[in-house]
Design a protein around this ligand. Structure first.
Ligand SMILES: [Zn+2]
Length: 181
């Protein structure tokens, strides 16, 4: 009886510890909550603003995106070169995420890379994108994603022009252009 009592006591302690550690994780900074608060740059405001990550189910994304946008943004697809609507556009404005509307690139940083995909030397602000190592298709590339909704935008390569030497190779389907003055 003595050992049984000790055992159940320890078991209770174990359960209590598990509950408190799980409970402690919820809402703690650094963990991906359903709508984590993030700091992003707003072209309209000209400064950083607080926003929330955009989290949707596959079904919810399918309702608001075209099949092509869904394939690129949510399935990491790549549009065929020279087919996208922004491959050769030079209008003055801002390119936003087609998924969540986050400002991503400025027309001033767009250049003719000759690849058939809209190419930029830099994002509108480093905090508006995130990058991940992509080892698909037997190559190591750096994937570029929207910081707010996690949508796949394209890849970044180090063969771009000055001043950054970078080529942000984007899919038109992942972008939404908004003309500005
Ligand atoms: Zn987005």
């Amino acid at each position: 009886m003595k050992y049984a009592g000790l055992f159940s006591g320890l078991a209770l302690l174990g359960i209590a510890a598990a509950v408190s550690s799980t409970g402690g994780l919820i809402g703690q900074p650094g963990f991906a909550d359903a709508a984590a608060r993030i700091k992003i740059y707003s072209a309209e405001k000209g400064t950083d603003v607080m926003s929330e990550e955009v989290v949707k189910t596959k079904e919810e994304w399918k309702k608001i995106l075209t099949p092509e946008q869904f394939h690129v943004l949510r399935e990491k697809g790549t549009e065929r070169p020279f087919t996208g609507k922004y491959a050769t556009s030079h209008e003055h404005g801002v390119y936003r995420c087609a998924g969540c509307g986050l400002d991503l690139y400025r027309s001033e940083d767009k250049y003719e890379s000759g690849t058939g995909w809209p190419s930029f030397t830099k994002p509108i602000a480093p905090e508006n994108i995130k990058t991940e190592t992509d080892r698909s298709f037997f190559a190591t590339r750096t994937e570029v994603l929207c910081r707010r909704c996690g949508g796949h935008l394209g890849h970044v390569f180090d063969d771009g022009p000055k001043p950054t030497g970078l080529r942000y190779c984007m899919n038109s389907a992942a972008l939404q252009f908004v003309a500005t003055k």
